[in-house]
Write a protein that binds this ligand. Structure first.
Ligand code: NAD
Length: 481
């Protein structure tokens, strides 16, 4: 049994005097680890330590390029230990090991990318008038909070923490109560690194006990949150009380729009991968298929054949589809599938499956639902499982109307050989990322990622995310002789 203490002010916090919460392996339901059930007091201690670390001479004298070098050395460490880290992520989240490996490489790339950017975050000189030198300086914010969900813990921690530390902030990570393993691995590295204590801290526990006090703490300067819409709204309200900024990434109901001239082989394969990645437990999953009406029968017959050929099993066996996180998530998905049976039509899947040797895990067959009214909640809200909903359109305008017809706007895939149609649709969809003849599910680390509408506020990834963690000071110097 792995015991995961918190890292607060450079010390491991967690002993027999603390309450502990179990963490399970979704692939087989066995207990994997336990975390400290943190409290508001732990949050207060971490915020105090982070502010002391941020203001310390020790931190201020670390030059930007040195911060960058330290982050790049961490990237190298992650790569050197990639197999071990992949195994932790696979066991913790249940995801297929090859997807866990991809997450580990992405984490290394985040620390490398933002490490490289650390000494390239620059202000500007602004012409005012003769005798005035006007410059802007980009300063770190101070202490930033990073509240993380359970579906991509390593990637989601890495993308914001790397950007925040590269720009000189002190960070506090609140990992998801279900998936703390790689957050702890990151904490272990920081605890022995040359970063001053308190620059990286890790707190664990329940959202209400730890996440809420962190989001609302008066000495935090920014909150980066990924998770559900209701919690995102609560986080934003808490931050608003202190007039601090937030970055919110709250999920989606992302469409793949397939026109009749699209390559059936490439587009069916991409539509499959876009919904089954991490068993559909992906904010940027391609969970709606919008298909040109005249192409529907041909496309769906190929798609269904591919769905029926997908393998399901424990993450370690590297199937196409791993388990659902836990019983609660499983029940939510199965209830929605049951509802679909009465208001739509199940084309394939639509049932749970027991995996021999992994009976304690929760597995669902990849499912296609047709015949839903697009206004129905199943078409509008995340199902967060390997479940694709299908709708048809007659022309370009109807495709755009459907694509924009939810409260979300995270990712859109467009499939056509017609360059005019592709660019026209790309210009009209209300979506933070658009993929034409490919589907990246959030894409590479250099691409800005975030949502229109209720998918969130702000952008992560790429250079633009560095702005989340800096503020501009304008300095005007009047000179004369
Ligand atoms: P959640 O929003 O409840 O939790 C995300 C994180 O926020 C966790 O670390 C949690 O402990 C913390 N938290 C919970 N309540 C909080 C509060 N009041 N203040 C501050 N932090 C709080 O999401 P979840 O329980 O992990 O998943 C629920 C649903 O969210 C899923 O079914 C799915 O629809 C959605 N989800 C979206 C994403 C995404 O990437 N957009 C990721 C995971 C889950």
């Amino acid at each position: 049994m792995i015991r995961i203490p918190m890292l607060i002010n450079g010390e491991w916090v967690g002993d027999d005097n603390h309450e502990w919460l179990p963490v399970f392996n979704p692939s087989n339901g066995e207990q994997l680890a336990e975390i400290v059930k943190g409290t508001k007091n732990h949050v207060d201690e971490a915020v105090t330590a982070a502010n002391i670390a941020f203001e310390s001479d020790e931190w201020k004298k670390v030059k930007p390029f040195e911060r960058g070098q330290l982050l790049i050395s961490f990237a190298n460490f992650i790569r050197e230990n990639a197999e071990e880290w992949s195994k932790w992520e696979c066991e913790d989240v249940g995801k297929p090991i090859s997807q866990a490996r991809a997450d580990v490489e992405a984490a290394a790339r985040y620390f490398e990318f933002y490490g490289g950017a650390a000494d390239k975050v620059m202000g500007s000189t602004i012409p005012i008038e003769e005798g005035i030198l006007n410059v802007t300086v980009l300063e770190p914010l101070g202490v930033t909070a990073h509240i993380v969900p359970w579906n991509y813990p390593l990637q989601i921690i890495s993308r914001s923490v790397a950007a925040a530390i590269a720009t000189g902030n002190a960070v506090i990570v609140k990992s998801a109560e279900d998936t703390p393993m790689t957050a702890h691995a990151i904490a272990k590295w920081f605890s022995t690194s040359d970063f001053p204590k308190g620059i990286f801290q890790h707190v664990t526990g329940l959202g209400a006990d730890v996440g809420a006090p962190l989001a609302g703490h008066p000495d935090i300067e920014h909150v980066t949150f990924t998770g559900s819409v209701p919690t995102g709204i609560a986080v934003m309200k808490a931050a608003a009380a202190n007039v601090v900024t937030v970055t919110l990434e709250l999920g989606g109901k992302s469409p793949n729009i397939v026109f009749a001239d699209a390559s059936v082989e490439k587009s069916t394969e991409a539509v499959v991968r876009a919904i089954i990645q991490n068993a559909g437990q992906t904010c940027s999953a391609g969970s709606r298929l919008l298909i040109e009406a005249k192409y529907k029968d041909e496309f769906l017959s190929k798609l269904t054949a591919k769905f029926n050929a997908l393998t399901i099993g424990p993450g370690s066996s590297d199937p196409d589809i791993g388990p659902i996180l836990n019983e609660k998530q499983f029940n939510q998905i199965m209830n929605k599938i049951e509802e679909a049976k009465s208001v739509g039509k199940i084309i394939c899947g639509g049932e749970a499956v027991t995996i021999e040797g992994s009976e304690g895990g929760y597995y669902i067959k990849p499912t296609i639902i047709d015949g839903l009214d697009h206004n129905h909640s199943l078409a509008q809200e995340e199902i967060f499982g390997p479940v694709l909903t299908v709708f048809t359109f007659k022309d370009v305008e109807e495709a755009i109307q459907l694509a924009n017809g939810t409260d979300y706007g995270l990712v859109t895939g467009i499939w056509t050989e017609n360059i005019n149609v592709a660019h026209y649709v790309a210009s009209k969809v209300k979506s933070g990322q658009v993929f034409i003849n490919n589907y990246g599910a959030a894409g590479g680390i250099q691409m800005p990622f975030g949502g229109y509408k209720k998918s969130g506020i702000g952008r992560e990834k790429g250079f633009v995310a560095l702005n989340n963690y800096t503020q501009i000071k304008n300095i005007a110097v009047k000179f004369s002789i």
